[in-house]
Write a protein that binds this ligand. Structure first.
Ligand SMILES: Cc1ncc(COP(=O)(O)O)c(C=O)c1O
Length: 407
């Protein structure tokens, strides 16, 4: 769906999160310690089997496979959950990002400021819309886009900012919105990892001019396949996005825009409706696990800083260690499923070599440090207390082994 067709790169993957075989497939490699998977969707689905089957039957009976009543109902329910007027169901989070920018008429000649510490899709959405990503450094303690660095990057071609609520914690939206309003910029929240996150009591998805969600299976709210959503309270923007996702149609047969086929499936919407009913309790469970993981961590590991006005929904549980790669090996040897999010930093991907205009500052020290030092520990709602304890014990053992090796 690239407006420029400049980049036709294969879909990039972030270790531990994106490879389908990694979903729930981490197993113990030590006979004496049962493994803890990085993520185990089968546990979530086992508990919901009957309800998911019911949703499937409903779709089968109504033939509403593409858009249709389940999509409309999900859009309504998710918009209400996020506290916005509109949700537009689309095919993926990446499509949501690109479609919002196109809908806002941001494209060739425009620059969009994105964090360098994020999944590559944030920047790909910008490229697909024909605009140019400008990579910005992040805060050391949260890994979130740094408003002070954003200020330095705003220039005459800047059209938008995409703050990413990475790991499930909202970016500093008060400061980002103040910068945007001062310079007349559009703000698109990348809320792919932040279903249910909030800033000062307001939900992610309602904090900028529009937001892009992913319903990739392992997200806090995940489909059984690809899916995405655009949230906004701007009715005209939503109407244009609805047309753009559906081959440019405003109504059947009336193609008023050069559109794309980026629709959400009826089946995925029906399954997401089931899961939306559990999102709050799943997020609460993630927060409980995070609290316990924090208290059990050895001092060598630095967890994410969480600010009181931005309670994190812990899509992931990242920690940092200077000898990250060795630690990952040791933890895996202890049977702990670990991921790395994100390395290399987004601006370092080869895909962007094809984009000479793409602004890639030589120095983005905090993003580079996150890319070097971050590893993610197991985090999903169905983790047991015993597993959380086992992760803490394995972290202590692995750090001890590292120290022993250096002594
Ligand atoms: C921060 C971020 N942005 C965008 C995306 C893209 O979402 P999708 O995989 O649904 O295209 C993802 C998901 O993987 C993500 O984590």
């Amino acid at each position: 769906m690239s407006a420029r067709a400049a980049v036709d790169a294969p879909r990039a993957v972030g270790l531990g999160e994106r490879r389908p075989r990694d979903l729930g497939a981490e197993v113990s490699r030590r006979a004496d310690s049962p493994g803890v998977p990085f993520v185990a969707l089968a546990r979530q689905h086992a508990a919901l089997r009957d309800e998911l089957r019911g949703a499937f039957e409903r779709v089968l009976e109504t033939d509403a496979f593409i858009l249709g009543r389940e999509v409309e109902a999900f859009e309504h329910e998710f918009a209400a959950y996020c506290g916005v007027g509109e949700c537009v169901g689309v095919a993926s989070g990446t499509a949501a990002l690109a479609l919002v920018l196109m809908t806002a008429r941001i494209g060739p000649g425009d620059e969009v400021i994105v964090p360098a510490h994020t999944f590559i899709a944030t920047a790909l959405g910008v490229v697909h819309a024909g605009a140019t990503p400008v990579f910005c450094d992040v805060q050391r303690d949260t890994g979130l886009i740094d408003p002070e660095r954003v200020k330095e990057l705003v220039g005459p071609r800047t059209a938008a900012i995409i703050p990413v609520h990475l790991y499930g914690q909202a970016a500093a939206m008060d400061q980002i919105m103040a910068i945007a309003r001062r310079h007349g910029l559009f703000v698109l929240e990348d809320a792919a990892q932040a279903h249910g996150a909030s800033f000062d009591g307001r939900r992610a998805g309602s904090l900028g001019d529009a937001a892009a969600f992913s319903f990739y299976p392992s997200k806090n709210l995940g489909a059984l396949g690809d899916g995405g959503g655009i949230c906004t309270s701007d009715a005209e923007l939503a109407a244009r996005a609805r047309a753009l996702r559906d081959l440019g149609q405003r109504r059947k047969g009336a193609h008023v825009l050069v559109g794309y086929n980026e629709r959400l499936d009826g089946l995925q919407a029906a399954l997401l409706r089931v899961k939306l009913g559990y999102l709050e309790r799943w997020n609460a469970a993630r927060r409980r696990h995070a609290e316990r993981l924090r208290t059990g961590l050895p001092h060598e590991l630095t967890p994410l800083a969480e600010h009181p006005d931005t309670p994190c929904v812990y899509h992931l549980f990242p920690v940092r260690h200077p000898a990250r790669d060795r630690l990952v090996e040791l933890l895996r040897a202890h049977g702990i499923g670990v991921g790395v999010h994100y390395s290399p930093a987004a601006h370092r991907h080869e895909a962007f070599d094809a984009l000479p205009a793409c602004s890639r500052p030589a120095e983005l020290p905090e993003s580079e440090a996150w890319a070097r030092e971050e590893l993610s520990l197991p985090m999903f709602a169905e983790l047991t207390d015993a597993e959380v304890q086992r992760v803490g014990a394995a972290c202590a053992a692995a750090c001890g082994e590292l120290e022993g090796a250096h002594a």
